[in-house]
Ligand binder design. Structure first.
Ligand SMILES: [Zn+2]
Ligand SMILES: [Zn+2]
Length: 310
């Protein structure tokens, strides 16, 4: 691809079809960082001075999120600055060989970016490792892992007094889940789908600052910034059910370059307000641990009973 950056005399390295923009490496970085800042402001994700905990898996998207938030935190230029405190947490899920590598990658990037890093032994809290779960027949390991991650990240965020828990979900993730929920007419899940969930008692506010940045963009950002995500996939990873929706959306986007962003924004601005009812049911508490739960005993505590030591 020959050509020049729209904003300087540098060579074009990225073309963004939806914006008809040719950018050099450094203007691409600025473009993404500013977009994330605008997303954060538009959706009220982080107020000045708040403490943000990044859920840092060591994968590409969470590293990009960490890099962008620390860039915003450190910048003196009003176009790129956001007053907030940033820390990161990585869970040790007890996946031999893999968990250790994720933690090492996360720690190395935090050190480089000057971000305090916490490692939490999620397997100890649960009383079982993901290796234990995988070795027994029953629920798919990924689904058990998802419950444990959600529960432990929330608990850590609440107990350490953070204002927000930030996750690395990108535009492709959001659009795929949205399409899946539309097609199954899952009004309950649709009404809860949001890039920013407010705090409730016992629940930290959850934010997705990258939800307007596409998968392709986070991949390029990671590459250009020299971020080195954990090598290889989790040994228990299965193709997520959203994969086919991502493929369909990519096909559609070849025809209509703004498909994903207009789908997600259109939902949030026009459809979601109509679904507002039923968004927040009465808050129940798990009788075993006291954290919010939709049933008498929360799914984390039920898993502890199934997989944990007697
Ligand atoms: Zn440029
Ligand atoms: Zn519980």
């Amino acid at each position: 691809m020959a050509g020049k950056c729209k904003w300087c005399s540098g060579d074009m390295e990225v073309f963004l079809p939806y914006a008809r923009l040719s950018l050099c490496r450094s203007h691409f970085r600025n473009y993404v960082v500013r977009r994330v800042k605008r997303t954060i402001e538009r959706y009220g994700m982080i107020n000045s001075g708040e403490r943000v905990l990044v859920a840092l898996s060591g994968g590409k998207d969470s590293l990009v999120l960490l890099h962008i938030l620390s860039t915003l935190r450190d910048s003196d230029d009003p176009k790129f600055s956001l007053k907030c405190e940033v820390e990161a947490v990585t869970l040790d899920l007890g996946i031999k060989g893999y968990s250790e590598r994720c933690i090492a990658v996360a720690r190395a990037h935090c050190e480089k970016l000057g971000v305090p890093h916490h490692t939490i032994k999620a397997a100890e809290l649960a009383g079982f490792t993901m290796d234990d779960v995988a070795s027994r027949r029953g629920r798919p390991t990924c689904s058990v892992c998802g419950v444990v991650k959600r529960y432990v990240l929330n608990k850590v965020g609440v107990e350490m007094g953070f204002d927000r828990l930030a996750t690395g979900h990108n535009l492709d993730d959001e659009a795929a889940v949205l399409l899946s929920n539309y097609l199954s007419a899952n009004v309950e899940l649709l009404s809860r789908q949001s890039p920013v969930l407010p705090a409730r008692e016992g629940m930290i506010s959850r934010i997705k600052p990258l939800f307007e940045v596409s998968e392709r963009e986070t991949a390029m950002y990671a590459q250009f910034q020299g971020l080195a995500p954990v090598d290889g996939k989790c040994p228990y990873a299965i193709a997520p059910s959203t994969l086919k929706f991502k493929m369909v959306l990519n096909m559609l986007e070849e025809e209509v370059p703004t498909m994903k962003i207009s789908m997600v924004r259109g939902f949030l601005e026009k459809v979601k307000p109509l679904l507002k009812k039923g968004e927040t049911g009465p808050l129940r508490r798990c009788v075993a641990c006291g954290y919010p739960s939709s049933s008498e005993v929360c799914s984390f505590c039920r898993l502890k009973k199934i997989y944990g030591p007697m």
